[in-house]
Design a protein around this ligand. Structure first.
Ligand code: IMP
Length: 218
């Protein structure tokens, strides 16, 4: 089974390939010229991109995936949110850190609250004429300085919250069974990122829906 992923981002492509390969689905990059929709809702953005990308699907039986994500920072009233790609191109991670320069505390819990943020992802899958929507959230906080290492986008400045034994994210400053020990996404490998990631959660919820449909067809 082939799944076309509308993305220009190699980091996202490799994260999705790793996930879907476990289900025997080959992920290929779909290149299409589409207009970036204007909306303050990432689900609307993803669905509008899907509507345009369907025309580029090589075979109508193939699957099509569109995913949209954003970084929402509490103290900046959700900025950059749907403008994440634009913020990254213009002010970059360093600009975000400058905007938050005054938000810090000696107390680690207070500091986590002041710098609270979350990644949100919506993944829309076109499968057999149906559209499935998966959502994922990764709560965390913004680091004080960027990390060096792997990752893309805001990975160098985003530290995910710890997870409990069931994989559920904990609140700011809470210690859990799974932790990056204060390291941002940019300083951990993709296998570890996968445990926390908004995209992994959105794609996993899509897979649950796909499996339910397969079961129903049996
Ligand atoms: P997009 O519109 O879904 O591509 O995402 C908006 C912006 O958020 C892009 O600039 C991405 O680089 C960034 N972004 C999305 N997901 C991640 C992530 O997992 N890590 C870091 N940055 C991300």
């Amino acid at each position: 089974m082939i799944l076309w992923f509308l993305t220009g981002n190699k980091g996202k492509l490799s994260e999705a390939s790793a996930l879907f390969s476990e289900y025997g689905i080959e992920v290929k990059q779909l290149e299409a010229s589409i207009t970036e929709p204007q909306s303050d809702d990432i689900e609307e953005v993803a669905k509008a991109k899907m509507a345009q990308a369907l025309d580029y699907l090589p075979d109508k039986n193939d699957l099509l995936l569109v995913e949209d994500a954003g970084l929402f920072i509490d103290s900046l009233n959700g900025f950059p949110g749907v403008f994440s790609a634009y913020a990254l191109q213009t002010i970059g991670s360093e600009g975000i850190l400058r905007l938050m320069g005054h938000l810090q505390s000696e107390d680690p819990i207070q500091d986590s609250h002041l710098r609270k943020a979350e990644f949100q992802a919506v993944a829309v899958l076109h499968i057999a004429g149906e559209t499935l929507v998966g959502r994922g959230i990764c709560p965390g906080r913004i680091a004080h300085k960027p990390s060096e290492g792997e990752g893309f986008g805001f990975d160098p400045i985003f530290i995910p919250s710890d997870l409990d034994a069931l994989g559920e994210a904990l609140g700011p400053g809470e210690l859990g069974d799974v932790s990056t020990h204060g390291l941002p996404f940019g300083a951990i490998d993709s296998v570890q990122k996968h445990l926390f990631s908004h995209r992994a959660r959105a794609l996993s919820s899509l897979m649950v829906m796909m499996n339910e449909r397969r079961e129903n067809l049996k």
